[in-house]
Design a protein around this ligand. Sequence first.
Ligand code: ASP
Ligand code: MG
Length: 420
Amino acid sequence: MKVFKFGGASVRDASAFKNVLRILLKHSAEPTVVVLSAMGKTTNALERLVSALFEKPQDCPNIIQEIKKNHVEVVDQLFADSTEIKVTIDKIMHYLNERTQSGADASYAQAYDQIASVGELLSTKILSAYIAENGLKNEWLDARKLVLTNKDFTEAKVDWKASEKAILKQFEQIGIDKLWITQGFIGGTEDKYITTLGREGSDYTAAIFANILDAEEVVIWKDVPGVLNADPKHFENTEKLSNISYKEAIELTYYGASVIHPKTLKPLQNKSIPLTVRSFDQLDESGSLINDNGDKDNLLPSYIFKDQQLLLSISTKDYSFVVEEHMSDIFKLFAKAKVKMNIMQNSALTFSVSVDNQKEKVGALLKSLQEEFRVKYNDDVSLLTIRHFNEETVRELIKGKEVLLEQRTRETVRFLLKEL
Ligand code: ASP
Ligand code: MG
């Protein structure tokens, strides 16, 4: 069996849905689990709905209306008779209305999961009905009952044992030789709370199903030809990495390559399940293969750019050395605030670290750090990582910028840069 993951761009409008149907028809001989994201920018709209619920509840009805309109527009183009699917959409809209009318009665994170999870429910209901109408019999699966997690709302941790039990039971009941449509990104707890796995988490969902079902392969269908050696938004002349190892791919996602969700690779590596990232537009292109083979890992340099970094310089208040005990306190505070360290370095008096500049989380972190330490910060910094670098391109890329911090290993060079 295979697992196919389609992201938001692959169902952003009616013609995109038609393209997904075309791909599924082409592969209809093979049993497949399809993991789907929310349509286009729906999750962003739902995020706006959650903030409105907490900050400006009078805006909620308009945001719900806008989400409804986007979905209705698509089904009107896809279905000859859209009455039935519109009933489903209406039910989900009714849920959103009720949920937002009852006010901010849960924690932000819990409300976020109750609301943001709706995007994938909508898109999968539409896809399932649409392909069924076009001759592809399929089963719609509720990931909230299959991907079981703890209650860390917005970043829930998967309970692998419980998920394995639930998924295998489901597949035993209806047979494994079919086409399944399920939601990426969302999950649930055993006591029926809705959870989500973190933004862009649908790739991870695909890996969870693949691992548990011992899939033969996972394909992530994207609007890019594969894993590129740089993000085309930041770099010209990008090249495709035709084959890289799990290890190389994990390193790239760790440094910030956003083409695959960072948690996706481990469950696949653990069972040697190959992952292909390929274009849903150019169906003749082979894409990028990620597997055990590392022969080609260092053929091309890869460039990863993370902007909007905040560089924190943390020192003791009394000029004593920053030693292991301090480090341990600092790490604990970061873990508690759930702020990820993107690059770190230390000297006798200062521990320097860059983080994504997410206002709320970082604000809380700064407050707790300042109780024990002196903290200086520098914002609008960017982090450049080059794997398999050569000196010439390094010089070119840092030209005209101030280097605030530099780190080198044999394979990787990293810079924190500030525009001059
Ligand atoms: N729809 C979710 C998001 O946009 C999950 C995903 O696309 O992977 O973050
Ligand atoms: Mg997405």
